[in-house]
Design a protein around this ligand. Structure first.
Ligand code: ATP
Length: 237
């Protein structure tokens, strides 16, 4: 499925922070969303996944409008949100964290298949399946957060800063997993990243956000040396 966002607006306590954001992510494609702190990237993801009610505009999965549906419904329709800071349940085991990700299709007989697919993508988790999630390294917790999102069998996955605070080698593993989801599972991937180098190493297209708007978008090749990409970071919001 394609994720189609049109003219999205959102606010916090009456203060507008998104001023009409449009973007599209198609199956088999990774779109990186980059921009300075406070540009509105996290807010776009929250509005898309139903954690925040947008004040205007629309969000579709293919032709189906999901704009004002709740987060659980949106998840069941095929959109997974892997939030910032991982947010795994630290006192639960890796296994139990995975089960929570698949809760809305618990009776689905494909549950075991999805679990196997998630562990194939992140073999480190298979080795640590009985450990408490809080005992994992930061990179492993990120993998678990992604694996948990995949347990709902999404067609679209949106990720908020998966590389934050991770060593380059682990960032490489996360990037490789994203490429696999695009290339072998045909997912549509929307990737929010501060780490431009990592994001551009895997993305097909990029959207540069500034102050709640899309400043520029294009292919990674077009944007790699665009001064506005650098300015989005150096300029602040
Ligand atoms: P970051 O990389 O810092 O997460 P971002 O591009 O994801 O930045 P958002 O987190 O979407 O930006 O924030 C957009 C704007 O909304 C910022 O001005 C921020 O201060 C404001 N904001 C974010 N969350 C809240 C909130 N819960 N209440 C009020 N304002 C908020």
């Amino acid at each position: 499925m394609s994720l189609v966002v049109r003219d999205l607006t959102a606010s916090y306590e009456g203060l507008a922070v998104l001023h009409g954001v449009s973007l599209q992510v198609d199956p088999g494609e990774i779109v990186a969303m980059v921009g300075a702190n406070g540009a509105g990237k996290t807010t776009v993801l929250r509005a898309v996944s139903g954690l925040l009610q947008p004040t205007g505009g629309s969000v579709h999965l293919d032709d189906r409008e999901i704009t004002r549906l709740g987060a659980e419904r949106i998840s069941a329709l095929g959109l997974a949100h892997v939030p910032e800071n991982r947010l795994v349940f630290p006192s639960l085991s890796v296994e139990d964290n995975l089960q929570l990700g698949g809760w809305n299709r618990k009776r689905d007989k494909r549950y075991a298949e999805r679990r196997a697919a998630a562990l194939e993508l992140f073999p480190r988790l298979a080795d640590r399946i009985a450990l408490q999630a809080g005992a994992l390294s930061g990179g492993e917790q990120q993998m678990l957060a992604m694996a948990r999102g995949l347990m709902a069998d999404p067609s679209v996955i949106v990720l908020d800063e998966p590389s934050l605070g991770l060593a380059p080698k682990v960032v490489g593993e996360i990037v490789a997993a994203l490429a696999h989801l695009r290339d072998d599972r045909n997912l549509a991937v929307l990737l929010v990243e501060q780490n431009i180098r990592a994001a551009f190493s895997v993305a097909d297209r990029a959207v540069v956000m500034e102050r709640g708007r899309v400043l520029v978008e294009g292919t990674v090749e077009q944007l790699r040396d665009d001064p506005r990409v650098q300015a989005a970071y150096l300029g602040g919001s």
